[in-house]
Design a protein around this ligand. Sequence first.
Ligand code: WT7
Length: 636
Amino acid sequence: MKEEHPIVQNSTELYHPSPETVAQANVKDPEAVRIEAAKDIQAYWAKRAEELDWYKKWDKVLDDSDKPFYKWFTGGKTNIVLNALDRHVKTWRRNKLALIWESEKGEVRTFSYHAMNREVCKFANVLKSMGVVKGDLVTIYMPRIPETVIAMLATAKIGAVHSVVYGGFSVEALHGRIEDSGSKVVITADGGNMNGKKIELKKIVDEALKRSGQPEHVVVIKHLGIDVMMEQGRDYWYHELMTLPMSKNGLKCETEVMDAEDPLFILYTSGTTGKPKAILHTHGGYSVGIHATIKDVFDLKEEDRWWCTADPGWITGHSYIVYGPLIAGATSIMYEGAPMYPYPDRWWSIIEKYGVTIFYSTPTAIRGLMRFGESWANRHDLSSLRLLGSVGEPINPEAWRWFYKIIGKEKCPIMDTWWQTETGMFMMAPMPAQPLKPGSATKPFPGIDADVVNAEGKSVPVGEEGFLILKNPWPAMMRTIYKDPERYVKTYWSTYPGYYFAGDSARKDSDGYFWVIGRVDDVIKVSGYRLGTAEIESAFITHHAVAEAAVIGLPHEIKGMAIHAYLILKSGNEPNELLIEDLRKHISHELGPIAKPEKIEFVSSLPKTRSGKIMRRLLKARAQGLSEGDISTLEE
Ligand code: WT7
């Protein structure tokens, strides 16, 4: 990026909220709440938990007898669906819109809370009839359509555990995730519009299932109306199942009473090894965490129309498209298609059309749309907006200012939220009634204690770069890595014993504002998507021409980071353009278009340590013409 990196360059550039923003804010004095919560963190979270419904109140707020396997609200009985649907349909909100959906072509579907609940109940009965019971795993591999939300809620309602796999992932990524989870059922669609392309999802499922042990059933939603293969006895059409007698009694499906600590979902995310980690979240603490954060940070009100542009397949979608807004009883917008379709003002036209009041998106998207100039935004009435948000990667001040001025018309504060799949909820984020600095996620959420430390775990001085850690547990935290508790302890709690290691570097300025810089491990954030270098390298190796592969992330003007691959070819293979094209196609087919490398270079050797580990740091330094640093462990 040619522009300054979002660091403590300009901590005097402050944006104060307007008096109206402060007057209507759910939290009038964020600093006071942060200080109050820090005095008694458990009392703070107990208070937030009391804002929700429970079948039975908890005995203990936090059980830390088996660190780092923290437990929250133990003894409490709940189900996330109790708060997301059941309690709303008993009130006037049954007539309120829960979801407004628009397809790329402009087709619109809306669901009141009543309608959403009816569809969820019906589909929950379908799942039950397929033998899905409490604790079973269900894989959901879908485009951005209402049925994705219905499937997630129906699974949760009966106490089963969902594993949503982003619809932009492809065969190998899907296969690995289905197999590792041991899913009984896969829910998918014939196809979907993913970022402007028609993706044949069912076809990818068929290929993935050839590689793994077969789940018992596949449920297929007819969305694009394309031809698909249906295997008898295994594959069923959703629309046919939804008319069967057992689903007709829809509204008579009881919500399963769960322990607060029972699993709600697993979500795979990339780490430093080739095998993705299944991050496990639970019903109780997760509900409390996302409820508190969406209410305070995005100041959600009954009248709001909330739009988070993420995909339900990522944690942002789980927490802030599906569960968070529904728990809040809000109206959520979901758009299936690409932001540039048919012109680069599609998003702005959606904001105008539905009167969106809060808009939550990503730095990559903002940078991408910025490129087309402000006239696309200026031809729409964006005056309904009152708050903006950003997530997924650091937002550079230039993009921040454009978002603030051109989209928010200098009256909408931008909530830059720093968090992770693992944290489940915002860890660091401003609140509307506090001053902002472009590029800083500002301060930890109440009850969160963050710090920046050096390799020895000591706090670094103000302005210096270090590792970002979290010093105490929080309700929506991951509980473990599904089937791999050792990796949970090792990855997150062993670098600085007792503290959660996030894998990011950051600085803290003299006002106590945090500036997240980026990943310090072998994770690359491409357009905000999280990919592991090892995962991509493994996919390269499955190509017949490749002997060895090394993958690094390098800065990219729009995507934030981009993938660069260094390959050693097996002898007899010509290093030419044709092969490069074929390799890019191969990665796209195996992992998905998001993993497509920006650049592929053929090399005759790779820098390795004496123990054989690829020194990606060195490749990175060389590619950027930077100092090679300490190379004492280099082989040769
Ligand atoms: C990583 C987590 C949870 C939201 C979606 C991404 C980076 C996320 C920010 C931000 C700077 C950010 C970090 C983090 N990140 N939000 N506001 N500022 N960096 O979830 O895929 O689990 O990735 O995204 O590097 O560790 P994820």
